[in-house]
Design a binder for this molecule. Structure first.
Ligand code: CA2
Length: 151
């Protein structure tokens, strides 16, 4: 067992600050604050600490990933639309070499073709897509179990 508590960075990408206010049919009716609260409750059960950050800016997401090194043991990330475009976020995750789980509220493979490709997936330990807010909970559980197993 590692020295507890494990510390996990939860990173939310662009437009996820709008959750609960628009497009509930695709992304659900919970706000980002409500999702973060659910994650806090799950983290407590898992005896982990989480730090939640949302940004609409690619560079801020890259900087936040860099700053996770030496501070957090893993990352749960919903890169939003940057999933499908960002070599910079992929390189940042590969660069810090922290176990990362990619999560999506919607099932990106049931949507437009351009959402079927993820630049992040090859540098993530796994991907969870399509379970709404539960995708984040499953992602946090999977990451913490992975971190415990590898310690
Ligand atoms: O399903 C997901 O979690 C996504 O990462 C969400 C991104 C989308 O670009 C990805 O393909 C899949 C979009 C997030 C936008 O969130 C909104 C929430 C409410 C209203 C408008 C946008």
């Amino acid at each position: 067992m590692p020295d507890l508590p494990l510390s996990v960075l939860v990173l939310h990408g662009p437009n996820l600050n709008l959750l609960g206010q628009r497009e509930p049919g695709i992304y659900g009716s919970l706000t980002l604050t409500e999702i973060n609260r659910l994650l806090e409750q799950e983290a407590l059960k898992l005896q982990a600490k989480i730090f939640c950050v949302q940004s609409n800016h690619e560079g801020v997401l890259v900087d936040t990933i860099h700053q996770a090194w030496g501070k957090h043991q893993g990352i749960v990330i919903n890169p939003g639309a940057y999933t499908h475009t960002s070599v910079a976020i992929r390189d940042a995750i590969a660069g810090v070499n922290l176990p990362s789980v990619e999560v999506h509220l919607s099932n990106i493979y049931r949507r437009e073709d351009f959402r079927h490709h993820s630049y992040i997936a090859p540098v993530a330990i796994g991907q969870i897509s399509g379970f709404g807010a539960q995708s984040y909970i499953l992602g946090l559980q999977a990451l913490v179990h992975h971190l415990i197993a590898q310690s």
